[in-house]
Design a protein around this ligand. Sequence first.
Ligand SMILES: [Zn+2]
Length: 130
Amino acid sequence: MNIPHYTGKSIVAHNGELDADCSIGYHCISKPMSFDHPHSHDFPEMLCFIGGNPEDITNLGAEIEFTLGDEKHVINTTAVVSIPSGLQHCPIVFTKVAKPLVFLEVSLTRIWKPAGPPPPKKKPVKKQLK
Ligand SMILES: [Zn+2]
């Protein structure tokens, strides 16, 4: 499937498709983007940032600012972030993307959905051209 804010094809099983207490999302990122809405959920979630070259997945080729609780972390190598139940996370900002990478999310829940109210609707953004 194509998901608008991702920059490639995605494989998503968030609604019980795996018939297991697990959901996944496999996404390709090829340009800077962000997830802005801080949220938590009542299940653990593992977020994997993996270099897109299958012959060298350790070369991430990107820089990501990741907010976990009150801490901001910078990820610039292939990494897995394991988020326990209830810990607030995001924004996640892909600040530099030199080459495509894989963003894989694995959650220990049959149905993926964040706790709390849905994120506010985004307003259209007018960008100034240089
Ligand atoms: Zn989450």
